[in-house]
Design a protein around this ligand. Sequence first.
Ligand SMILES: Cc1cc2nc3c(=O)[nH]c(=O)nc-3n(C[C@H](O)[C@H](O)[C@H](O)COP(=O)(O)OP(=O)(O)OC[C@H]3O[C@@H](n4cnc5c(N)ncnc54)[C@H](O)[C@@H]3O)c2cc1C
Length: 478
Amino acid sequence: MPKTSTASNHYDVIIIGAGLAGLSSAVRLGMFGLKVLILEKHFVVGGLNSFYAKGGRKFDVGLHALTNFPSESSGKSSPLLKLCRQLRIPLDSLNLLEQSSSRISFGEIDLCFNNDFEFFLSEVEKVFPKEKDRFQKLLSKMVEFPAYSVDAKEISTREILGQELGDSLLAEMLLCPTCYYGSARANDIDFPTFIMLFDAIFKQGLARPDRGIRALLDPLTDKLKELGVERRMNSPVKSIQTDQIQVSEVILENGEAFTSDHFISTCGGLETEKLLCLPDTPRSFDLGRFSIIESISVFDGHPRDFGWDETVIFFNKSDKFFYDQPKQLVDLNSGVICLPDNYGPIDSSEKKEAKLRVTHPANFKLWSELSEQKYQKEKCFWEDVILQNGLKYLPLGESKSELFKNRTHLTDTFTPCTIKRFTSHENGALYGSPTKKRDGSTKFSNLFIAGTDQGYVGIVGAMLGGIAVANNQILRNL
Ligand SMILES: Cc1cc2nc3c(=O)[nH]c(=O)nc-3n(C[C@H](O)[C@H](O)[C@H](O)COP(=O)(O)OP(=O)(O)OC[C@H]3O[C@@H](n4cnc5c(N)ncnc54)[C@H](O)[C@@H]3O)c2cc1C
């Protein structure tokens, strides 16, 4: 039986989840003096973008790249600057290190990019000279399309690229990084999200705070403390109580109950509907199914010792990009490599150790059905296979395999089951449901969805989504 709620258990806003969306929402609401409670299932903040320690070292779970680096051309309208202003976190305090250069690699064809959009344009022109005019036309179409509006039409990017471009390889190469950095749809990405990610990756660019994700998480949690926002960790919400019109209360797994005027859930659309426990109500969010496996190697020295000076490499074996849940445990045909030590200027001081991260699509269902013993065995097997496969896409990587292995002193791998554990997303779906609700509204007037299932994905997107729900759905109506 739920324990009864008392006046001290009543809040202006209750937020489910202390990921980047939940934390950002809470800071915004706290700034306006509201009584806010965050309920988080885990003992650490950050959700998908958290950190953990292994072998005495700290690992970021998510952070490959902070997108939307505020380039000169994006100026004050840069989404990253906007979120720093809204949360009163000085951009300088993040100590952003820019990417060196990155690459999209399809078979023998490479498209390189860095934080200078003109360079990317020149690469497209060099590799696809016949596409120059059509690509320019596509860029104009993207500028004119109201991608950032809450009611932007979710049309298929594959179809649009098919109509606008003459060379299907260019279309596939553009889909690869944008899907990997934020598509919940199988084999496609909706056009507004494609535009937002294209802007975020190519027009603005990639960077990394020198302290990793803690450079964002620490100021957020410090601010919550200053503002008197309550945060309860290890507090999974078991159910959300409703009278069919409004939400009244949340109940934790331990039976504690909390009432509030407003509720924001950042645990996913479908997952929130399940917490509402309304078995006869049809679900409005579809089940997502794209998940990943990532293997991390910690090695002695610096990537440049091996001649590897790029930051992120999106690779695909053939000229057709397949982005979906694979039929086997792991799909080796495409993936992402990140060398996080290749952010920032070339450091003359000798670097003691560095990381190599290789990511591939993976099947949640197959991983989750393995017994504990089999799971550990498969994880160990794939860790090695993934590394060997990734090395193929690094300059002379295969020939340096033995040397690299000898210099590697720690490895770790997370699977779709780890993603499920960190986020509670059904199916371990990396980017949640393919159904998105941009304005965060639900059929209940005081319950809102924020973060991943708003459709603003990635670190910057999740934070801006959380801020938008706080501003537009709650603060504006007070
Ligand atoms: C491996 C990986 C690499 C990534 N790399 C990048 C990157 O390089 N750059 C980038 O921009 N983005 C990256 N992302 C994506 C980015 O991390 C996410 O888009 C973003 O963090 C989502 O934030 P969120 O707050 O919406 O959701 P989440 O981070 O999923 O937070 C939701 C929170 O809700 C909690 N929760 C769930 N259910 C309950 C419940 N019942 N009760 C209480 N709490 C609950 C969860 O524990 C979690 O803390 C990456 C993601 C992964 C997995």
